[in-house]
Design a protein around this ligand. Structure first.
Ligand code: SF4
Length: 460
């Protein structure tokens, strides 16, 4: 059964427990060890892991008292507010597929349905899908990122202060208020220590383990994990690594050596590389500041050529600036899909496009856009439909799972909005990028000539 059909089936199954029940709240976790924050899944806002809970049990990295309350809320049929990412989609119409359905239908989740549906509320759960960030060290400062996630952003905010938007975007006051200030990479960090204490037990239960950042290739802990896996194979576990592929080539080569050893000796079930880019060329470089697009593509092609068993997921945090040239980006992705499928003749596509929609900051989300630009989103969706696997043949077009994410974000972009709120975020859009250009020596209108009318509209 394909992923969409199983998600539709699982939707009814979940709703039989409650219309707000989602297995990801129990089984999937992202832990930000650099500042001791956790969330389940990765969509809700993070919350701090109380150090006293951690001292009692390192599994507090996932099982905080706060999270247990959210789980119970779900079972009681009340939507946790923090899961707005899914409610936004489900409120468009009951036929929509949200991440609640998609995630709960995954192999790391669905087999545990009964156990989770009947689990007592105090039970400490060992997650089956864990994503971990060891530090905020990063060589990029993407437009939608934050100082506690990127050390480059931290440097900029320390030097120039927050951005002049209504909410003072990326103010360190907010970071401090939310207790998100990161430990320095060389500082003793109780959260990293708790992770390594929990790791031998946790490792045996995981179905998916994913390393994120910061930039994971700039952190020794990433290679410590890869060494551990080399010595303790888990042929039934999927391993995933995020990277911006913008690090020096010797680190790309070193990572490829590890990947080759792990893949060729079947030490994991699958090795997946998640790499982010939100559109093509100079517009992508503008959004993901630090990115050199040509170099990025060269590194991506190096890995795809050298590692036939590697599966690459290109993550596009679809935002307002993705829109103007997204059709060109889709064309490049399609060319790579065909090229590497033919080169390796593999059973599954070596390259998949994931298109989550960006919600924060709101002024960068597609909801800020004018009708003409929203129409362009619909055109990109139509292009994906036109070049779908169903029409082009297997492995030669976009898969249903790629298209459905584009469809739902198109619907979300078109959803009715409060005009006063739109005006508010458009003011922020102009304030933000005016300051961005000043600090970074970039030029919004030169880079995005297709958005000049929209820029003027925001000014009005
Ligand atoms: S945001 Fe959605 S997928 Fe994530 S835990 Fe909440 S309901 Fe589940």
């Amino acid at each position: 059964m394909d992923r969409i059909k199983s998600a539709e089936t699982v939707r009814d199954h979940l709703n039989s427990v409650s219309p707000s029940f989602c297995l990801a709240k129990w089984l999937q976790v992202t832990v930000h060890l650099q500042n001791g924050h956790t969330h389940s899944c990765h969509h809700p806002k993070t919350h701090k892991i109380p150090i006293e809970e951690l001292k009692r049990d390192p599994s507090a990295l996932h099982n905080t008292i706060y999270k247990k309350k959210q789980r119970q809320t779900m079972k009681d049929g009340v939507r946790p507010e923090e899961c707005g990412y899914c409610w936004n989609i489900e409120d468009i119409g009951s036929e929509q597929i949200s991440d609640r359905h998609l995630k709960s239908a995954e192999d790391w989740a669905l087999p545990h349905f009964q156990e989770i549906a009947t689990a007592p509320k105090e039970l400490n759960i060992t997650p089956t899908y864990m994503e971990v960030s060891f530090s905020n060290v990063c060589n990029f400062k993407c437009a939608y990122c934050a100082p506690h996630i990127s050390s480059k952003w931290m440097e900029e905010i320390n030097k120039f202060g927050p951005y002049p938007t209504h909410n003072k975007f990326n103010s360190l006051d907010h970071v401090k208020e939310n207790d998100q200030m990161p430990y320095h990479i060389d500082e003793a960090n109780p959260y990293v220590e708790a992770f390594w204490e929990w790791w031998p037990k946790l490792y045996t239960q995981l179905k998916v383990f994913r390393i994120t950042g910061g930039e994971p290739l700039l952190t020794d802990n990433t290679f410590k994990v890869l060494d551990y896996i080399n010595q303790n194979p888990r042929p039934d576990m999927e391993l995933a690594l995020n990277s911006n592929l913008g690090v020096p080539f010797k680190l790309i080569e070193k990572t490829a050596d590890y990947m080759e050893s792990i893949l060729n000796n079947n030490k994991v079930k699958q090795f997946m590389l998640f790499t982010s880019v939100d559109t093509i060329g100079e517009q992508a470089e503008y959004i993901r500041y630090g990115l050199k697009y040509e170099q990025y593509i060269a590194n991506l092609e190096y890995l795809l050529t050298r590692l036939p068993k590697l599966r690459v997921i290109v993550m596009c945090a679809f935002n307002a600036l993705s829109v103007p040239r997204f059709h060109l980006f889709l064309k490049q992705i399609l060319d790579f899909k065909v090229k590497y499928f033919e080169m390796h003749n593999s059973a599954q596509s070596p390259l998949l496009l994931d298109i989550p929609y960006l919600r924060y900051p709101e002024f960068l989300s597609v909801q800020v856009l004018s009708d003409g630009l929203i129409e362009k989103i619909r055109n990109s969706y139509n292009m994906m439909e036109f070049f779908s696997e169903k029409k082009m043949g297997q492995q030669k077009g976009f898969e249903d799972i790629e298209i459905v994410k584009m469809h739902r974000l198109t619907e979300w972009a078109c959803a009715p909005k409060d005009p006063r709120w739109v005006k508010h975020i458009r003011q922020d859009f102009v304030s933000y990028f005016t300051e961005y250009d000043k600090r970074r020596g970039t030029d919004f209108l030169e880079t995005f000539p297709e958005m000049s009318q929209f820029w003027n509209l925001c000014h009005e």
